[in-house]
Ligand binder design. Structure first.
Ligand SMILES: Cc1cc2nc3c(=O)[nH]c(=O)nc-3n(C[C@H](O)[C@H](O)[C@H](O)COP(=O)(O)OP(=O)(O)OC[C@H]3O[C@@H](n4cnc5c(N)ncnc54)[C@H](O)[C@@H]3O)c2cc1C
Length: 466
């Protein structure tokens, strides 16, 4: 089997496929180190996955999936210095299910490096880097209802044939163009998040111990912020601004001003006051943050192409603010291996995989779009009426401490319970109705922070470094 792309989804798919007895070649365009250390992986660049140096949170969903399917991988991550952190510490006495609600604190570069080593050690997997895929080879199959794929052509013209091709080429890969060359349309829906990330990394001279909490996140409407510890005593800070707010973006792109903003934002201020943080490099910007879903089936839910599957961002992309991409990529890797294990017929396997994605991945795309529209950016949710907004605020406020709503929301935001499952949970529905019925009793915890103009005034006093 040929996997195009050696990021999270490609490596996850290679692992899942190899462990179900397949022989796999992974073709990655970037030059990737297979040896070395987590620090070397962090120091390197990843032009094909430039988000590598952006803040990544690894949700409970990927932790549970690794625990169940790849416990050795989870073990290797912990051995490499990653830690897990409970998401229920503030929710009173322990309850059944709490063991699932831990997130993983690790740099994206370390996660990928450990994963790559696990895949490289797998018998039956060949990893090739500097091997860019240029397009697909069509398989001649008489009487087939849909075009079939028989391999790939590399950018240097080499042909590689395989039983099937897994496209794991990420957000910016060429999947629609590859399939268009075979006459296969790939309809897609794109919803921009309207945000761009500005991220800076630091190394703490002191151990990062947590009375500080796992992260310091917040939303001032015009600015979202997040501070997350990684492995190796690193800490990353991300400030997310509207793509339209050039003035704020320009100011926060300056390293000195970025640091100053972190020192005045509620939450990050504690981190910057408590830890002796030494910057690692400048401020890294990243735009193009979208929600996108692609369709690989026809109107009868039959695959529009066989012997070809897309996984990860090449299939479904969600606003990075919700930290879902790596978890969903791993979910798809496992769904694909399971569908191929259960069906010998290529069209049946394709239909089963897409149906499983429809149940377990698509709802998270819609949920992210919905959150963008209303929940997460409460200030901007113009289309949402005030009553709905107040109720949502009350629910989010109560989720910080209420044992029932807190756990339900933690399961939702960690992709462990689908929105529809939450709606069908009577304990949650009852409690949520109580809270939303009386929003004034459940105010959002106070998160004072500077208004946009005040922040800009404060930044103007800081000499620009550039
Ligand atoms: C700013 C930002 C922040 C994010 N934060 C989080 C987070 O907190 N938590 C989370 O879970 N997710 C997060 N994500 C999403 C996450 O990074 C992606 O969902 C995840 O990397 C998807 O994995 P992938 O393998 O599909 O794509 P990628 O990891 O991007 O990998 C694609 C790979 O394909 C290679 N490639 C592309 N084209 C070719 C070709 N033609 N031939 C060969 N190789 C090719 C690329 O070089 C790359 O290595 C974030 C994303 C962004 C942009």
């Amino acid at each position: 089997m040929v996997v195009a792309g050696g990021g999270i989804a490609g490596l996850g798919s290679a692992l899942a496929l190899a462990r179900s007895g397949r022989r796999v070649v992974v073709l990655e365009r970037d030059l990737l180190p297979y040896e070395g250390s987590a620090e070397e992986a962090f120091a390197g660049e990843r032009p094909g996955a430039s988000q590598m140096h952006q803040t990544h949170g690894f949700l409970a969903r990927i932790v549970v999936l690794m625990r169940e399917r790849f416990p050795d991988l989870l073990g290797a991550l912990l051995d490499a210095g990653c830690t897990t952190m409970s998401g229920t510490a503030a929710l009173g006495d322990p309850m059944p299910g709490d063991e699932d609600l831990s997130i993983l604190l690790v740099r994206r570069s370390t996660f990928e490096w450990v994963l790559r080593r696990a895949v490289a050690a797998e018998p039956g997997v060949e990893l090739r880097s500097v091997a860019g895929v240029a397009g697909l080879l069509e398989r001649r199959s008489k009487g087939a209802s849909a075009p079939a794929v028989g391999g790939v052509v590399l950018e240097d013209g080499t042909e590689i044939h395989g039983d099937l091709v897994v496209a794991a080429t990420g957000r910016r890969g060429d999947v629609p163009a590859w399939l268009a060359a075979l006459g296969v349309p790939v309809p897609e829906t794109v919803r921009s998040s309207g945000l761009m990330y500005l991220t800076r990394w630091y190394r703490s001279k002191d151990p990062v111990v947590m009375p500080l909490g796992p992260k310091a996140g917040g939303d001032l409407g015009y600015l979202k912020f997040l501070v997350v510890p990684g492995d190796g005593a690193t800490v990353s800070a991300t400030l997310a601004v509207s793509t339209e707010d050039r003035e704020l973006r320009r100011n926060l792109s300056d390293p000195e001003r970025f640091d100053h903003a972190c020192r005045v934002l509620p939450g990050p201020d504690e981190w910057f006051a408590t830890l002796d943080l030494e910057p690692i490099g400048g401020v890294r910007p990243m735009g193009g943050l979208i929600n996108r879903i692609r369709t690989f089936t026809d109107a009868r839910s039959a695959p529009s192409v066989t012997h070809f599957h897309a996984v990860g961002d090449a299939h479904t992309c969600t606003n990075p603010l919700y930290g879902r991409g790596c978890s969903l990529a791993f979910v798809q890797a496992v769904l694909l291996a399971d569908a191929l294990g259960a069906h010998d017929d290529a069209a049946e396997a394709g239909a089963a995989y897409e149906a499983a994605c429809g149940e377990q991945v698509t709802p998270w795309y819609h949920h992210a779009v919905e959150l963008d529209r209303s929940g997460a950016d409460l200030e901007k949710g113009e289309a949402v009426d005030q009553v709905h907004r107040d109720r949502l605020r009350a629910l989010m406020g109560a989720s910080q401490s209420d044992p029932i709503v807190g756990r339900a929301m933690a399961r939702l935001f960690n992709l462990l319970s689908l929105p529809s499952e939450l709606d069908a949970d009577p304990r949650f529905v009852l409690r949520a109705a109580e809270i939303m019925g009386d929003p004034e009793r459940y105010p959002t915890p106070e998160r004072p922070g500077p208004a946009r103009e005040a922040l800009l005034d404060a930044l103007a006093l800081v000499k620009e470094e550039r």
